[in-house]
Design a protein around this ligand. Structure first.
Ligand code: ZN
Ligand code: ZN
Length: 439
C-alpha cells in the first residue's frame, strides 16, 4: 500500500467532506419530495391548459364570475372546504392536513387589466369591455392568470399528500388587486374570521427574471401608495397686473419644487421616498391669472410610522407655502395600499427549500425593494407574510414587461412555482409543528 504524504491531502479531504455536506442533497431525495415532484410533473399539462383558459377570458376588478367559478370547481373536486362571496368574487379553499400543525395561507390574485393584448399567442385574449364609455380590450398583463393557476396547482399537490401535511392550508383566490381593494375587502368580509393563519405566502410573476429563477427581498418589497390633491385658490386677476391677486400657478410651482427639496434634505438617505406631482392643472389663457390651481401627487415610502411622518411633513410644507403667499387652499391626503414587508424568518425558511428544489443558489436572486404597490400587504397585517418573484421571461427573449400589451410569460414557470411552493409550505409546516406541537 502506498502511503500518502499526510498534511495536505488530509486537509483537502476534510474540505471536500465539508463542502459535500454543505451542498443540498440532490432533489428530490425524500419520499415526500419525490411524491411532490412526480405529482407536479403529472399536473403540469392540465395546469397550463387552465392558465390558457383563464388567460383567454380575463375579468376586471372584484366581479370575476368566470374565473372564480373555475377556482370553486377545482377546489371542490379536490375535496377542499370552499367558501365564497368575499370582496365579490373572492374564494377560499381550506385543506386540512393529516397531522397536527398551524394554519397558513397561500394567496393568488385573479383580476386582469383593461389592456388590448398584442402578444402573438393562440390563446391571446380577444375579450373586450366598455370602460368610462370607451371600448377596451382585456388582458392578463400582470400574470394573475398564472398566480391563480399556481394556487390551484399547489392545492392539488398538497391535497394529494395531505396525510403528510401538518396543519391547515388556506388557499386564497383574491379579486380586485389592480384596482379595487380586493385584499382588504376579503378580510373585512370575514374570510379569515375563524381561521387565523399564522403566515401568508404568495408569488408575483417577475418580469425581470428568466423562468427557473426566483427573486426575493427580505424586509420591505413594495411601497406605501399614498397621495394627495391640493387645490390652491385665488380671486384671479389680469395677467398684466399680478400684484392684484395671489397667483396660484406660482404658489403651486413653489410647492412642487419644495417637495423635491424636502425629499433630498429632510428625509434620511436610506428612507426611500418618492413624491411625484403627476398632475398640475390651472388657467385658460396667457393673460389671466386663474382663480385656482389643482395638483395631484403620488407619495411612496415604506413602513406605517414613516408614511404618517411624511404626511405631516407634506402638510406642514404646503400649509406654510400657501400661507406665506396668502393663498387659500384645500389639501386632501389619502393613505392607499400599505407597503409589503417580507418577514425575514419566512424568507430564510423558504430559501432553504428553494435552493434544494431549484438545485442551485444561483437560481435565487436577491432583489432591491420596489416603489410600486401590492395589496398583499393587507394579509401582512394579520400575520407574517412573504411574496416571492417567479421568473417568467421566455427563453427567446431578453425582457418581458408586465402591464404591457406585449407581455408574454414562460409557462415553464408554472410547474416550477407549484413544486417550490408545495415544498416551502410542507417545510414550513413541518418546522412549525416541531417547534409547537398542536394540542
Ligand atoms: Zn399589476
Ligand atoms: Zn400584479
Amino acid at each position: 500500500m502506498k502511503r500518502l504524504p499526510t498534511a495536505v491531502p488530509l486537509a483537502a479531504a476534510f474540505i471536500l467532506l465539508a463542502a459535500t455536506s454543505l451542498r443540498p442533497a440532490a432533489y428530490p431525495s425524500t419520499p415526500l419530495e419525490k411524491k411532490v415532484k412526480a405529482l407536479t410533473d403529472k399536473l403540469a399539462p392540465e395546469l397550463i391548459d387552465i392558465r390558457r383558459d383563464i388567460h383567454s377570458h380575463p375579468e376586471l376588478g372584484n366581479h370575476l364570475p368566470r374565473t372564480s367559478a373555475i377556482v370553486v370547481d377545482y377546489f371542490r373536486k379536490l375535496g377542499l372546504e370552499v367558501r365564497t362571496g368575499f370582496a365579490g368574487s373572492g374564494v377560499i379553499g381550506i385543506l386540512k392536513g393529516g397531522k397536527p400543525g398551524p394554519v397558513v395561507a397561500m394567496r393568488g390574485d385573479m383580476d386582469a387589466l383593461p389592456i388590448t393584448e398584442e402578444a402573438d399567442l393562440p390563446f391571446a385574449s380577444k375579450d373586450k369591455t366598455i370602460l368610462d364609455g370607451r371600448e377596451t380590450g382585456l388582458m392578463h398583463a400582470c400574470g394573475h392568470d398564472i398566480h391563480t393557476t399556481l394556487l390551484l396547482g399547489v392545492a392539488a399537490v398538497l391535497s394529494a399528500v395531505k396525510a403528510d401535511l401538518p396543519g391547515t392550508v388556506v388557499f386564497v383566490a383574491q379579486p380586485g388587486e389592480e384596482c379595487c381593494d380586493g385584499a382588504r375587502l376579503m378580510i373585512a368580509d370575514g374570510a379569515f374570521k375563524d381561521l387565523a393563519p399564522s403566515a401568508f405566502f404568495a408569488y408575483h410573476v417577475d418580469d425581470t427574471l428568466k423562468a427557473g429563477r426566483i427573486g426575493y427581498v427580505s424586509g420591505f418589497m413594495w411601497a406605501n401608495v399614498d397621495g394627495f390633491t391640493l387645490e390652491i385658490r385665488s380671486d384671479g386677476c389680469h395677467g398684466s397686473s399680478p400684484s392684484s391677486c395671489v397667483d396660484p400657478i406660482v404658489v403651486g410651482a413653489q410647492v412642487v419644487t419644495a417637495l423635491q427639496v424636502m425629499v433630498s434634505r429632510e428625509i434620511g438617505v436610506h428612507d426611500n421616498t418618492v413624491i411625484t406631482v403627476g398632475s398640475f392643472h390651472a388657467g385658460t389663457a396667457p393673460n389671466i391669472i386663474p382663480s385656482s390651481a389643482r395638483l395631484e401627487a403620488t407619495v411612496r415610502n415604506y413602513g406605517e410610522p414613516q408614511r404618517r411622518v411624511l404626511k405631516d411633513k407634506i402638510t406642514r410644507l404646503v400649509t406654510n407655502i400657501c400661507e406665506a403667499a396668502g393663498a387659500a387652499f384645500d389639501l386632501s391626503y389619502s393613505f392607499g395600499i400599505a407597503s409589503v414587508y417580507n418577514d425575514p424568518a419566512l424568507v430564510r425558511g423558504a430559501l432553504a427549500a428553494a435552493e434544494r428544489v431549484l438545485g442551485s443558489k444561483s437560481a435565487l436572486v436577491e432583489q432591491r425593494p420596489e416603489m410600486g404597490g401590492e395589496d398583499f400587504s393587507e394579509f401582512g397585517r394579520i400575520a407574517p407574510a412573504v411574496m416571492f418573484g417567479l421568473g417568467v421571461i421566455p427563453p427567446d427573449r431578453e425582457t418581458t414587461a408586465a402591464h404591457s400589451p406585449a407581455f408574454v410569460a414562460d409557462e415553464a414557470a408554472i410547474p416550477i412555482g407549484v413544486n417550490l411552493m408545495a415544498d416551502i409550505i410542507l417545510d414550513h409546516q413541518a418546522r412549525a409543528a416541531r417547534k409547537a406541537p398542536a394540542k
